[in-house]
Structure formats: C-alpha cells, structure tokens
Design a binder for this molecule. Structure first.
Ligand SMILES: [Zn+2]
Length: 73
C-alpha cells in the first residue's frame, strides 16, 4: 500500500513535468523563429523592465500571433 502511494506521486509528477514542458515549449525559443508555427517573420516587442538585464528578447509571430521569448540572444 505504501509503495503504491509513492508510485502515484511519481506518476503525477511526471505528468506535471510533461504538461509544463509542452506549455513552455511554445513560449521560449533559442533561434529567431516562431516556436509555434516555425515562421521567421517576427515583430520585436518591448520587454518588461525586469527582463532588460537578461539575455532575452521578446517577439510576436506575424503569422500565428504567438508571443515568445528568445533566450541567449
Ligand atoms: Zn508563429
């Protein structure tokens, strides 16, 4: 019974990580390309103040309107 409870915790954390990865994958990109549809036609958006000290740029895709952060740019 104790082992079963532990397995349930492991399984639910794995599911949680998968959901987080899938939802974050479309929010972040390493290349200057839309992570949602792959389009390279992007418009640059103004970053919030707290982001200006970090190597991150904020873009919006002109094709699917997805907003995402390009890291280490
Ligand atoms: Zn797009």
């Amino acid at each position: 019974m104790h082992m079963l409870g532990r397995m349930e915790i492991v399984i639910s954390s794995v599911i949680l990580v998968i959901i987080l990865t899938l939802s974050l994958r479309k929010k972040f990109a390493l290349k200057r390309r839309c992570p949602n549809c792959g389009d390279i036609h992007l418009s640059k958006l103004h970053r919030p103040e707290w982001l200006k000290s970090m190597p991150v740029k904020l873009y919006a895709c002109k094709s699917c309107k997805q907003k995402f952060y390009q890291l280490f740019s």
